[in-house]
Structures are given as structure tokens and as C-alpha cells.
Design a binder for this molecule. Structure first.
Ligand code: HEC
Length: 141
């Protein structure tokens, strides 16, 4: 009896923590937090979602990523409200957390990468196959 009570008091916080976690979309691995579909609709066309799910950043870092995407990745110009929603989702769900000793370096301050990244190869292959639309996806989920 005593053992059961002890075990229960150990497990309760773990169960509570698991319940707080946002469910993941089985197809993309994205956190299904509010507005996740808008981000999916814009950000998985050219490359795998892992490209950005493994990144962490503040709102300012994600703003920079989107601008860099537009300059170097061929991302279309976004409607300001859509852009704000996308950046808000990314910063809220893929923020830096507590495990950074300093803020991540904004992509615009990084030197150009001379190597082909997986994201670039994937996007270029899709481009050749004509799978990348010239315009943003239609609004809505
Ligand atoms: C029109 C195509 C296109 C769209 C749409 C697009 N990207 Fe990209 N993305 C690219 C390309 C091309 C690269 C590779 C750039 C390079 O390495 O030079 C890339 C790379 C990235 C990287 C860096 C990955 C790495 O391996 O370093 C991140 C992060 C990223 N994209 C995030 C996003 C986000 C967030 C969105 C949605 C707002 C998005 N992308 C939409 C084309 C796109």
C-alpha cells in the first residue's frame, strides 16, 4: 500500500507533464498547436519539415529565417498577417528554450554555406520536377 502511494506520487508529475505536451502531426512531426496548418501549408512544399523543426529561435531569429528563405530559397512574398502567424507559431513552439547559453546567431549574420544542404538539394529536385508553385497556397487551412 505504502509503496503504491509512493509510486503514485513519483508518477503524477510525469503524467501531468505528458498531458501538457502538444500532440504531433503523424505526417510531418509538427506540433499541432494553433495555426500549425498555415505553417505546414507554406513551409513543407520545397523541403522536409525537419529542416525547420530541428531549429530553435526567438521571434527575431524566425523573422530572419523567413526573410532569408525569401532571398535564397525562393519563398514567395507572404501576406503580412500570414507571416506574423507563421513566425508566431515557430517562436512559440520552436523557441530557444532554456538550453542556450546565448541567443542563436541570426541567419543573416552567418557566412554563406558553400556546401549543398539537404534542404537545397530537395528543393532543387522538386523545382526540376515542377512541383514548386510560383504563388503561395490559397489562404485557409
Ligand atoms: C519555394 C521553396 C521554399 C519554401 C516555400 C520554403 N523554403 Fe525553406 N529552404 C528552401 C531552400 C532552397 C533551402 C536551402 C537553402 C540553402 O541551403 O541555401 C531552404 C532551407 C531552409 C532552412 C535551413 C535548413 C538547413 O538545412 O540549414 C530552414 C530553417 C527553412 N528553409 C525554413 C523554412 C520555413 C520556416 C519555411 C516556411 C515559412 C520555408 N523554409 C519555406 C526553399 C523553401
Amino acid at each position: 500500500m505504502r509503496r503504491t502511494v509512493l509510486l503514485a506520487s513519483f508518477l503524477a508529475p510525469l503524467v501531468a507533464a505528458a498531458a501538457d505536451e502538444v500532440a504531433l502531426d503523424p505526417a510531418t512531426g509538427m506540433k499541432m498547436a494553433p495555426d500549425w496548418e498555415i505553417v505546414r501549408n507554406h513551409c513543407v512544399i520545397c523541403h522536409s519539415p525537419q529542416t525547420f523543426l530541428q531549429q530553435r529561435g526567438t521571434e527575431s531569429t524566425w523573422t530572419d529565417v523567413v526573410a532569408w528563405m525569401q532571398r535564397h530559397g525562393g519563398l514567395w512574398k507572404l501576406d503580412p498577417a500570414v507571416e506574423k502567424t507563421i513566425i508566431g507559431y515557430l517562436a512559440a513552439n520552436y523557441g530557444p528554450g532554456d538550453h542556450f547559453r546565448r541567443a542563436p546567431i541570426p541567419p543573416s549574420l552567418m557566412p554563406p554555406n558553400p556546401y549543398a544542404t539537404e534542404a537545397r538539394l530537395e528543393a532543387e529536385a522538386k523545382q526540376r520536377e515542377g512541383k514548386i508553385p510560383a504563388a503561395p497556397p490559397a489562404p485557409g487551412k
